[in-house]
Design a protein around this ligand. Structure first.
Ligand SMILES: O=C(CO)[C@H](O)[C@H](O)COP(=O)(O)O
Ligand SMILES: [Fe+2]
Length: 224
């Protein structure tokens, strides 16, 4: 089977007992912790910052933490998240004045760097920075909230992103975020994604392992 990563979004976790809930979802078979940072400025919602990332590390979470920055400006938060234990830091190109500089800053801080594309953001932002990204994250909902429905047009965009990655010859992760569920994850994988964020689909069910196992069965059946 291809190397697929499942990354539960803690946006839908129980914040009153976050460490325990994250440990439980990892014990249920998740690979990566997806950490949504919203600032009530770039997106109309307010969530969590570096202190919470550090608290998860202090609690004993050792899995990669994938920090999805939905903030503007971006750069000042990058060293803070790197120090707090982030493994991957992704940001929206519209939110950075200097995309190349922000990507470089993330790598200088020892993290993997990625760009996030809203449903209407063109992939042309990749044109001159393909050698500086480790992750490409396509949003399949408009950013700001969990529990929204997958926008079907994202499948074509995934194919286009996969084509660009293949052409680059680089080992870049293709991550998808928003409305991912057991009943659509196979189509999403066949369109080219290899890292799958799922918030409400996993944390919204009492048995995390049952959902993750079902996703893995669907992924095992994916072609391509
Ligand atoms: O970045 C996000 C929203 O901006 C979240 O990661 C995403 O929405 C996950 O939630 P769900 O799987 O419930 O759609
Ligand atoms: Fe996210």
């Amino acid at each position: 089977m291809k190397d697929f990563l499942i990354a539960p979004s803690i946006l839908s976790a129980d914040f009153a007992r976050l460490g325990e809930d994250v440990a439980n979802v990892l014990a249920a078979g998740a690979d990566v912790v997806h950490f949504d940072v919203m600032d009530n400025h770039y997106v109309p919602n307010l969530t969590i910052g570096p202190m919470v990332c550090k608290a998860l590390r202090d609690y004993g979470i050792t899995a990669p933490i994938d920090v999805h920055l939905m903030v503007k400006p971006v750069d000042s938060l990058v060293p803070d998240f790197a120090k707090a234990g982030a493994s991957i830091i992704t940001f929206h190109p519209e939110a950075s004045e200097h995309i190349d500089r922000t990507l470089g800053l993330i790598r200088e801080q020892g993290c993997q760097a990625g760009l996030v594309f809203n449903p209407a953001t063109p992939l042309s932002y990749l044109d001159y920075v393909m050698d500086k990204v480790d992750v490409i994250l396509l949003m399949s909902v408009n950013p700001g909230f969990g529990g929204q429905s997958f926008i079907a047009g994202t499948l074509d965009k995934l194919r286009e992103a996969r084509r660009r990655i293949n052409e680059s010859g680089r080992n870049i992760r293709l991550e998808i975020d928003g409305g991912v569920k057991p009943d659509n994850i196979r189509d999403i994988a066949e369109a080219g994604a290899d890292m799958f964020v799922a918030g409400s689909a996993i944390f919204g069910k009492p048995d995390y392992k049952a959902v993750i196992d079902e996703m893995r069965r669907e992924l095992a059946a994916a072609h391509g």
